[in-house]
Write a protein that binds this ligand. Structure first.
Ligand code: G3I
Length: 373
C-alpha cells in the first residue's frame, strides 16, 4: 500500500475521536480532493502563519492530501531583486509536503494587480522586450522548479477588475498588453510544466454585486480559449461571507441561479473548476462565538452545496484550517475587535460547526465521474 494511502487509512482510522473520517478521505470517495493553504512566518507581518506550528502541520497532513503555499511562491517572496530568485521558503514547504506524501498546488505565477509585484519590476520592465523577457524568465524558473510535484498552477490570479469587468494592468501589461501578458504566462507555464493543470484564479463572488466581475471572467476565459491559450481550470477562490470590499453578503441573497449559471458556463468551456481559497468571513456577524460559528457553518454549507453540485468542481482548498492563522485576522477588523472565526478549526485545534457543514456537503454532493485529481 502506497505511503500516502497508508497515511490516509491511518488518518481516517485515527482522526480525532469526535471528528470521524478525514475530510480528504470523505471527498476522495466521490472524486473530489481536499487541500489547504499553509504559510511561513514573515518578520513584521501582523498575520500569524501556521507552518512553524507542528500541530497545524499535522492537522493539514491528516485532513488534506493537497498543500498550497499561502505566500511563498509569489513574486514578492521569490524575487528579492532583478535576476535573483530565493526559493528557500517555498522549498521548505514543498519539501515538507512531499515528505508527507501530499500533493502541491502552485500559487501564483502572475498576480495581476501592480501592487503584488516587487518594487523593482516597474523599472526593470522598461520596454516590451524587457517585460517579455522578465515574464518568461520568471514563469520558466518557477513553473519548472518543482516538476511533477506540482499538479496544478494558479498561472494568473485576479486579472479582472471587479468594478469594470475589464482587465487590470501592471508594469508588464503596460508594455505587452493585458490579454497578451495573461496569454504569454499560460503558454510559458505549459512549456515549463507540461504535466500540470493550468488555472485562472479569481475571487468573483456568488452575490448580486459580483455580476460584472463574473461576466468579465467569462469574457477573459472565452478570449483565451479563442486564441488557443492553454487554460485547464477556473479557480473559484471562495472567500465567502462578505463581498470583495468586505461588505456583508446576504447568504440567502437570491443569487443561487446566477452563480450556478456562471459555473455551468465555465464548465461548458471544457474547464475543470476548483474551489481554491475557501473561508467564511464573519466580520459582520454577531459577537457570540457559538452563534457566529453556526452562521458561518450555514453560509459555508450553502456555498458548498451550490458549488459542489457542479461536477466539474474537483478540488476544495481551504485558505487555512485554524482560525488564529487566517489572513482575515490581519485585515478588515470587526467593529467589536474580536478575532474572526472563518475556518473549520478553532484556536484550540477543535473542529467547529463549519467542519460539520463541510462533511455534510461532501456527503450530499454528487459523485464525480473519474477518480480524484
Ligand atoms: O513580506 C513582508 C515583509 O517584508 C513586511 O515587513 C511585512 C510587514 O508589512 O509584511 C510581509 O508581507 C506579508 C505577507 O503576507 C507575507 O508574505 C504582508 O504583510 C501580508 O499582507 C501578506 O498577506 C498575504 C496576502 O495574500 C498578500 O500577499 C496573506 O498572508 C495571504 O493569505 C493572502 O492571500 C491572498 C491570495 O494569495 C490570493 N487571493 C486572495 C488572498 C487573500 O488576500
Amino acid at each position: 500500500m502506497k505511503r500516502r494511502a497508508l497515511l490516509g487509512a491511518l488518518a481516517a482510522a485515527t482522526a480525532g475521536a469526535d471528528e470521524g473520517p478525514a475530510l480528504d478521505a470523505l471527498a476522495r470517495a466521490k472524486g473530489l480532493r481536499i487541500g489547504s493553504a499553509i504559510g511561513d512566518a514573515v518578520p513584521g507581518s501582523r498575520q500569524r502563519f501556521a507552518f512553524g506550528d507542528a500541530a497545524q502541520r499535522a492537522l493539514l497532513a491528516r485532513e488534506c492530501s493537497l498543500v498550497v503555499c499561502e505566500n511563498e511562491m509569489k513574486w514578492q517572496a521569490l524575487r528579492p531583486a532583478p535576476g535573483r530568485f530565493d526559493f528557500t521558503r517555498a522549498d521548505a514547504i514543498a519539501d515538507w509536503a512531499t515528505a508527507q506524501g501530499l500533493g502541491l498546488r502552485g500559487h501564483t505565477l502572475l498576480w495581476m494587480p501592480a501592487e503584488w509585484f516587487p518594487a523593482w519590476v516597474g523599472e526593470a520592465a522598461a520596454s516590451p522586450a524587457a517585460a517579455e523577457a522578465l515574464l518568461l524568465e520568471h514563469v520558466r524558473a518557477v513553473a519548472g522548479r518543482w516538476g511533477r510535484r506540482i499538479g496544478s498552477w494558479d498561472v494568473v490570479n485576479e486579472a479582472v477588475d471587479p468594478a469594470t469587468g475589464g482587465l487590470r494592468t501592471n508594469p508588464l501589461a503596460a508594455r505587452l498588453g493585458a490579454l497578451e501578458t495573461v496569454a504569454a504566462a499560460f503558454h510559458a507555464a505549459r512549456e515549463a510544466a507540461p504535466h500540470a493543470r493550468l488555472a485562472y484564479n479569481d475571487y468573483m463572488g456568488w452575490g448580486a454585486g459580483s455580476r460584472r466581475h463574473r461576466d468579465g471572467v467569462l469574457r477573459l476565459l472565452a478570449a483565451l480559449k479563442d486564441r488557443g491559450v492553454p487554460v485547464d481550470v477556473l479557480g473559484l477562490q471562495g472567500h465567502v461571507g462578505t463581498d470583495g470590499q468586505g461588505r456583508a453578503l446576504d447568504p440567502a441573497g437570491g443569487h443561487e441561479a446566477d452563480w450556478r449559471r456562471f459555473l455551468d458556463e465555465a464548465a461548458a468551456m471544457g474547464l475543470e473548476l476548483a474551489i481554491t481559497e475557501f473561508d467564511v468571513n464573519d466580520r459582520h456577524l454577531g459577537a457570540d462565538p457559538a452563534q457566529r460559528d453556526r452562521e458561518v457553518a450555514a453560509i459555508g454549507r450553502a456555498f458548498l452545496d451550490l458549488t459542489l453540485d457542479q461536477r466539474a468542481v474537483r478540488t476544495l482548498v481551504f485558505w487555512g484550517l485554524a482560525d488564529p492563522y487566517s489572513w482575515l485576522q490581519a485585515i478588515w477588523p470587526r467593529a467589536d475587535g474580536l478575532p474572526k472565526r472563518p475556518l473549520p478549526y478553532d484556536e484550540q485545534g477543535r473542529p467547529k460547526p463549519l467542519r460539520d457543514a463541510v462533511v455534510a456537503a461532501l456527503k450530499a454532493m454528487p459523485a464525480r465521474s473519474q477518480g480524484a485529481r
